[in-house]
Ligand binder design. Structure first.
Ligand code: NIG
Ligand code: FE
Length: 421
C-alpha cells in the first residue's frame, strides 16, 4: 500500500537544539508503512513523476500542518472500575498515600481488575483509547500493574496488545508488576519481588507480551534494593527498563534507573541535581506527568531548569490511570506542561514526539518525519504548531496516518483514490 501526501506543511524538529520549523509545500511519499521520500512540491515532477502515478492514494493536504503522530509514552490505560469515591475523599483532605496505606488506591483498582475478563478490559480501554486517537496519538505505551498475579498481569498485557487489532494504534507494553505489594504478600514485599523476578517477568517474556519493565520506587511502593532486583531481572531478559521515581519523595530511584540504562524515569517532582546529572550522563529521558501533578494538587515542581541546563530530553505523557490522572488528552498535557511547568510549546511538542519515542527506545523509527522512519503522522487543521499546546478541547485533528494507513479523514472529498491502471 502506498500513499502520497501533497502540499504538506511539515513541522520539522530534526535538530535537537533548533527551534521547530514549518516547511510548507512539501510532499511525503510512503510505502509499506515507511516514509520513502520527502521533498519540495516544485521537485515532485522530477523526483516523483513515475511513482506518483503508481501511488494508490494521494491526499492533498492543502498545506495543513503535519507533525509526527503523537506518542503517549506513559499510560495505565487497561483497568476496571473507577476511583471517584477516592477523589471525593482526597478533596476533603485525605492524602493519596494515606488512602494507599489503608488498602485503597492502587489496590482498589487491583480488586476490580482481577475480577474483569480480558474482553471486558479491552472494551473499557477502547473507549479511553478513542479519546487519545482523536487527539492525534499513533503510539501508546500501556502498563500492567493492576493484576499483581502472574495470570492477571498477563491478562492485562494481552488486553493491551489486543487493542492493536481493534483500533489503528501501535501499542508498546510495559510490565509493572512491581506497582504495589498485593494482599497475599502483605508485609513481605521481598518475597513478592522474588515472584516478580523469577516467575512473572520470564512468563511475560515467553508469551512475547512485554517490551519494558517498570517499578514504582517509593515509600508506598518498593525500595531501592527491590527496584534494583527487578531491573536486573528485566535486563537479563533484554527488556528496556523505566521507573516511577521521585514522585512523592526522593529515594534515588531515578539515579539507580539511569545508571542501569533506563530509557526513562517518570514523574520526578522530587528529583535533585545529582539525579539530573545521572540522567544526562546516561541519556535517560525525563518524563513529566503534569496530569498527576495537577490531579494530586502537588506543590513540588519537577526540576525543569536543571533538566534544561543539563540538556536532559523531556517527554510529556498522560499517565492515564484511575487514581492520579483520569484525563485522556495528550494535547491537554502539552497545555499543562506549559502552564504548570513553564515548558515552551515547542518543548511540549518534542515531549510527545521525538523525546517520547526515545522514552520507549523507539527513537530510530518513530517520533520524527524522516525518510526510513515509520509513516506515523498527524495532520492538523491549525496554522501554527504552538496551537497544539495553546488550545484545549477543540477538535483540530484532520487525519492520522498509522504505519502508512490513513485513518479518520474528516473531509473525505479532499482525498482522492487513484487506480493503478
Ligand atoms: O503513575 N504512582 C504510581 N502509579 C500511578 C498511579 C496509580 C494509581 O493510583 O492507580 C501513577 O501515578
Ligand atoms: Fe504512572
Amino acid at each position: 500500500m502506498s500513499l502520497l501526501l501533497t502540499n504538506a506543511a511539515i513541522v520539522s524538529m530534526d535538530q535537537s537544539d533548533a527551534d521547530y520549523e514549518v516547511q510548507p509545500n512539501y510532499f511525503i511519499a510512503i510505502e509499506h508503512g515507511k516514509i520513502t521520500q520527502i521533498g519540495a512540491m516544485q521537485d515532485i515532477s522530477s523526483m516523483q513523476k513515475q511513482s506518483a502515478e503508481n501511488h494508490k492514494q494521494i491526499i492533498d493536504c492543502q498545506n495543513r500542518l503535519i507533525t509526527p503522530g503523537l506518542i503517549d509514552s506513559h499510560t495505565h490505560l487497561v483497568f476496571a472500575g473507577n476511583r471517584a469515591k477516592e477523589f471525593e475523599q482526597r478533596l476533603t483532605g485525605v492524602p493519596y498515600e494515606t488512602i494507599a496505606k489503608q488498602g485503597g488506591g492502587i489496590l482498589s483498582t487491583v480488586n476490580a481488575t482481577r475480577i474483569a475478563t480480558e474482553q471486558q478490559l479491552v472494551e473499557l480501554a477502547l473507549k479511553r483509547l478513542s479519546a487519545l486517537t482523536a487527539d492525534g496519538v499513533t503510539t501508546i505505551e500501556i502498563k500492567s500493574g493492576y493484576g499483581l498475579t502472574l495470570e492477571d498481569e498477563l491478562k492485562m498485557l494481552c488486553a493491551a496488545k489486543q487493542l492493536e487489532q481493534h483500533a489503528n494504534i501501535k501499542v508498546s507494553t510495559t510490565l509493572l508488576a512491581a506497582h504495589a505489594v498485593p494482599p497475599e504478600y502483605k508485609g513481605d514485599a521481598d518475597s513478592y519481588i522474588r515472584y516478580v523476578c523469577d516467575e512473572i517477568i520470564p512468563a511475560a517474556v515467553d508469551a512475547k507480551l512485554v517490551d519494558a519493565v517498570d517499578v514504582f520506587c517509593e515509600g508506598i511502593g518498593f525500595n531501592l534494593a527491590q527496584t534494583k532486583a527487578v531491573f536486573e531481572a528485566a535486563l537479563t531478559h533484554g527488556l528496556n527498563i523505566k521507573g516511577h521515581t521521585e514522585q512523592l519523595s526522593n529515594l534515588g530511584g531515578s539515579e539507580l534507573a539511569a545508571t542501569m540504562g533506563a530509557t526513562s524515569v517518570d514523574h520526578i517532582e522530587y528529583l535533585d541535581e545529582q539525579g539530573v546529572k545521572a540522567l544526562a550522563k546516561h541519556g535517560t529521558v525525563a518524563t513529566l506527568l503534569p496530569g498527576a501533578f495537577y490531579f494530586l494538587r502537588e506543590t513540588q515542581y519537577p526540576p525543569i531548569e536543571l533538566l534544561r541546563q543539563y540538556k536532559v530530553p523531556m517527554a510529556i505523557a498522560t499517565d492515564f490511570n484511575p487514581g492520579t490522572s483520569p484525563i485522556a488528552s495528550l494535547t491537554m498535557m502539552m497545555n499543562m506542561g506549559c502552564t504548570l511547568f513553564r515548558l515552551t510549546p515547542e518543548e511540549a511538542l518534542r515531549g510527545v514526539t521525538c523525546n517520547a519515542a526515545t522514552a520507549l527506545g523507539l527513537q530510530d523509527s518513530r517520533g520524527q518525519i524522516r525518510v526510513g522512519y515509520d509513516a506515523d503522522l498527524a495532520i492538523w487543521n491549525i496554522e501554527h504548531p504552538s496551537q497544539l499546546a495553546y488550545e484545549v478541547g477543540i477538535p483540530r485533528l484532520y487525519a492520522r496516518i498509522v504505519g502508512g494507513n490513513l485513518c479518520k479523514v474528516l473531509c473525505k472529498e479532499l482525498c482522492k483514490e487513484l487506480s493503478n491502471d
